[in-house]
Design a protein around this ligand. Structure first.
Ligand code: NDP
Length: 288
């Protein structure tokens, strides 16, 4: 008789609110596909309970987990160490157990860079980033670490955009040669000539506001540009549709979501998951 083992390995996402986060469907589909007796639990954690929740992860030997709004910064003092990227960004979206330590990682930007590499080599490219929030911060730092030449941060709130530019031109520049600059977003933004990659890192177009328009001058989109959108619901945003029609190569937000999940999965289990299984699980969720 085979040895009985009723103990499952545990991973989780902590957030507030968290009920609409679809990561569980994606990760558990991959656990099943790869025959891993692991679980991924979606757990509502209030800000004042985050310390207890992370101590609970330690006590119950969780193998790792994700953090979403509002815990990505507050979790840092509760961890033992941070990866280079998480340290630079000052935000953690993924915890990995290494021996007795809980290590903070940030996979949001890495997932994006992995998607981008399927279309081009990021080194030497000129990037325009619309937005300066958490997603823009994570992607900009990873793009800089992947040797892009220039990043223009376009944001309607100057202070947020300028602080991201400062991070790139100081702490990140100590490691890489990236040039960052800020452009205030007023009216329809004209994409500068020579831009290789345009990224919407704002929440414009997120369900249910699917018809909201990203304010850019569409005549400045060049078919040679790669156009990416972080919005995963719906995957085919208005911007993605428009760029595709103009002949651009596009990257949708579902690809980024899948790739950050792939990286987390690898870090927790040591197994390379099948991204197609994970993407299908998300498409099933969004189409139901
Ligand atoms: P934040 O709240 O941190 O940042 C939002 C950004 O969007 C800010 O720069 C904000 O500008 C800008 N913005 C919002 N509305 C408008 C508007 N009407 N006009 C101009 N700018 C606007 O959010 P996050 O960075 O965490 O997330 C952004 C999006 O990315 C979300 O939709 C999220 O779902 C998605 N995301 C997707 C991931 C994926 O894997 N696909 C991973 C992480 C996030 P301002 O500073 O002026 O307010």
């Amino acid at each position: 008789m085979a040895e009985l083992n009723f103990k499952q390995e545990l991973t989780s996402v902590f957030g507030h609110p968290v009920a609409e986060n679809p990561t569980q469907a994606m990760i558990e589909a991959a656990y099943q596909h790869h025959g891993l007796n692991w679980r991924y639990l979606t757990i509502e954690v209030l800000p004042e309970d985050l310390g207890d929740a992370v101590r609970g992860m330690r006590a119950m030997n969780f193998r790792g987990g994700n953090l979403t709004i509002p815990h990505k910064v507050a979790v840092i003092p509760l961890l033992d160490r941070l990866s280079e990227a998480a340290e630079l960004m000052g935000a953690v979206n993924c915890i990995v157990r290494q021996g007795d330590e809980l290590v903070g990682e940030n996979t949001d930007g890495k997932g994006f860079v992995q998607s981008l590499r399927e279309l081009c080599e990021p080194a030497g490219k000129k990037v325009v980033m619309l937005g300066a929030g958490g997603a823009a911060r994570a992607m900009s730092v990873e793009l800089a670490l992947a040797d892009v030449e220039e990043i223009t941060i376009v944001n309607r709130t100057a202070q947020r955009g300028e602080s991201l530019v400062e991070l790139l031109n100081t702490k990140v520049r100590e490691k890489k040669t990236v040039q960052a600059r800020f452009a205030l977003w007023e009216g329809d933004y004209k994409i500068p000539e020579g831009t290789d990659v345009l990224i919407n890192a704002t929440s414009i177009g997120l369900y249910p506001d699917v018809n909201a328009r990203v304010p850019i001058d569409a005549s400045t989109i060049n078919p040679k540009m790669i156009v990416a959108d972080v919005i995963s619901n719906p995957p085919e945003t208005r911007l993605i549709k428009q760029a595709r029609e103009l002949g651009c190569n596009v990257l949708d937000g579902l690809g980024m979501l899948v790739n950050q999940g792939v990286i987390g999965f690898q870090l927790w289990t040591g197994v390379d998951p099948d991204p197609a299984v994970m993407r299908q699980a998300l498409e099933d969720v969004f189409s139901s």
